[in-house]
Design a protein around this ligand. Structure first.
Ligand code: FAD
Length: 315
């Protein structure tokens, strides 16, 4: 059983099918694509299609530079069809518990039992928002769609990662923008070759300290319009809107009954297998569940190793 039908769940499905293991995927959403349909309108990948593929079938090329989020959704939709993934949609997993010979997966559509569970629920669903008690409107990356609604407003974007830089660049022509970062932004070299991209991927998007200078970010920066300032609580308090691009945590609430989490909120793993529950595997959450496992190109090898471990335990 796989919980989550985004890219990580699909990579797991690919290897489960290849290993001849009987499985299903449960996904909370009514349509494919995981988190990708929920990003802002101008969101694009920071890598070209060739460097953004799941196992087995490369992402079709995209004619106009870096692929759009819609291109990723189309790819994941076609991937799911191509490999005939047994997907149950609009099923929310509420909790996972133990049974004698497997795990019980409780959902809003009934209970499934499985000998192994791969949890691949991503991070988008658990945005991290520092609590500041500020007077203005408080949004997170997940709430941001389009710069037009902020025309003329005093907007502070907080966060020196890729999301912060991209959302700030998007707002430059429309809002009175302040971009706040805890330390000066560090851009990756403008011309990134395939090797550098792999190195980025190997460090995992969640921990990525550097900013990929995708074209809109590069343009705003080079025109002197994307200038970061240090954190400033007074300016935060005066803003009409603060957009917190401050990252995400793993969406692991459904695993609470298993009582496996450590102080950081992670489930300790060996490879992707939970140390305290060998029938549970965690896939795609960040470098702690495999190098680059939170990227399109990086989740494949970790999914392969996860399924190999399940196959040998079932044998
Ligand atoms: P998700 O896409 O979040 O899929 C998880 C699925 O599980 C969802 O469909 C969700 O509905 C479902 N689910 C969650 N909880 C439950 C539950 N309890 N019951 C049932 N279903 C559940 N990576 C790249 O490789 N290149 C990029 O350019 C790139 N850009 C990014 C830009 C942004 C702004 C962000 C946030 C991330 C980016 N990433 C990028 C990282 C990564 O590829 C994405 O975050 C990706 O969506 C992670 O896929 P996933 O399958 O792990 O999780």
């Amino acid at each position: 059983m796989v919980i989550g039908g985004g890219q990580a769940g699909l990579a797991a499905a690919y290897y489960l099918r290849r290993a001849g293991i009987d499985y299903v995927v449960l996904d909370a959403q009514s349509s494919p694509g995981g988190a990708w349909p929920h990003g802002w309108d101008s969101l694009r990948l920071f890598s070209i299609a060739r460097h953004s593929s799941l196992p087995g079938w490369p992402m079709p090329s995209f004619s106009d530079g870096y692929p759009t989020a819609q291109h990723v959704v189309d790819y994941l939709t076609a991937y799911e069809k191509r490999y005939d993934v047994p997907m149950h949609r609009s099923v929310q997993v509420t909790s996972v518990g133990r049974a004698r010979d497997g795990l019980l997966v409780h959902t809003d559509a009934g209970t499934w039992s499985a000998r192994h569970v791969i949890s691949a629920t991503g991070t988008w669903w658990r945005p991290f928002r520092p609590l500041m008690g500020l007077p203005g409107r408080q949004l997170h990356t997940v709430d941001y769609r389009n710069p037009l609604e902020f025309s003329g407003q005093k907007v502070v974007v907080v966060g020196g990662g890729n999301s912060g830089a991209q959302v700030a660049a998007d707002l430059v022509p429309h809002a009175q923008l302040t971009w706040m970062t805890r330390r000066p932004p560090r851009y990756l070299p403008d011309e990134i070759d395939g090797k550098a991209l792999f190195d980025i991927a190997s460090r995992g998007v969640g921990e990525l300290g550097d900013i990929v200078a995708v074209p809109p970010v590069r343009e705003a920066r080079d025109n002197g319009l994307l200038v970061a300032t240090p954190m400033d609580t007074e300016a935060l308090a005066e803003a009409d809107v603060v957009i917190w691009c401050t990252g995400f945590r793993a969406a692991l609430g459904h695993l609470a009954p298993l009582q496996l989490r450590d102080a950081r909120g992670h489930v300790p793993t060996e490879g992707t297998t939970a140390v305290g529950e060998p029938r549970l595997h965690l896939l795609g959450y960040g470098s702690w569940t495999g190098p680059a496992s939170a990227t399109l190109i990086g989740v494949g090898p970790t999914a392969k190793a996860t399924v190999a471990r399940i196959a040998s335990s079932l044998a």
